[in-house]
Design a protein around this ligand. Structure first.
Ligand code: DC
Length: 231
């Protein structure tokens, strides 16, 4: 009999904690679906900006969430993407990484009506199993019964440094102080919102990634998945 693996793995953590890279690599290693829920909130934010809607308007944002079609598919282009995001059929994979989206996505994702719709869609995908789902509230709200829950943590300073390196590796420029401030602002909104604030689930394994390299975090996470002994 083969060793049992956790069918659903939830990875949560703050911005730039490494959860997207780790989630992607772990899913690849296990042959699972990688699902980055942040991309859904980003695609919705992009839709709002395109239509010049007020992102603070909960009713408008909820209506938009209900009516847009957001699809996340395995990557189909050789440009470094881990997946392709389609918004009403249009490829917005890179557009949703723009600073305008960074600046508004926390506001959009704080609306309870928006969260309800997004969480429901995410849950349906997670229910199919063999999925690594990455976000802020996967272990607490979206998949509270996930087999394995991992919370990747890191200090704002380390995360700002990582984000800066990521931006520079794309050949773009950015101001490190500004990134750190933006990181703190987003942390504040994400962890203080009333519904589904960013926090580890009670049964999550918390990994402090500050002193670890990407390879070391990966080793730890693979160890957790492979050492899993059932619930
Ligand atoms: O992981 P990210 O930076 O792409 O996420 C974008 C935003 O979406 C972030 O500000 C918080 C929000 N988000 C959320 O509220 N719940 C999730 N499950 C995933 C992301």
């Amino acid at each position: 009999m083969g060793k049992e693996k956790p069918a659903t793995i939830a990875i949560d953590g703050p911005a730039a904690s490494g959860k997207s890279t780790i989630g992607y690599l772990l899913a690849k290693r296990l042959g699972y679906l990688y699902f980055d829920t942040g991309a859904m909130y980003r695609a919705l934010t992009w839709a709002a900006l395109e239509q010049n809607l007020d992102t603070k308007d909960q009713e408008a944002m909820t209506e938009l969430a209900r009516s847009v079609e957001i699809e996340i598919r395995p990557g189909n282009a050789k440009d470094g993407r881990h997946y392709t995001v389609l918004l009403n059929g249009k490829d917005v994979t890179w557009a949703i990484r723009r600073p305008e989206v960074d600046g508004q996505v926390s506001v959009v994702s704080a609306h309870p009506g928006v969260r309800q719709i997004m969480s429901q869609r995410q849950r349906e995908i997670g229910k199919r199993g063999r999925t690594v789902m990455v976000g802020r509230d996967i272990g607490t709200v979206v998949l509270p019964d996930a087999d394995l829950k991992i919370y990747l943590d890191a200090s704002p300073e380390v995360r700002a440094r990582r984000r800066l390196m990521q931006i520079e590796s794309r050949g773009e420029k950015a101001d490190s102080q500004q990134i750190l401030e933006e990181m703190r602002r987003r942390d504040r909104i994400d962890s203080q919102r009333q519904l589904a604030p960013l926090k580890p689930a009670e049964d999550a394994v918390i990994v402090d990634t500050d002193p670890l390299t990407l390879g070391q975090v990966m080793e730890k996470v693979i160890g957790l998945a492979e050492g899993w002994r059932g619930k």
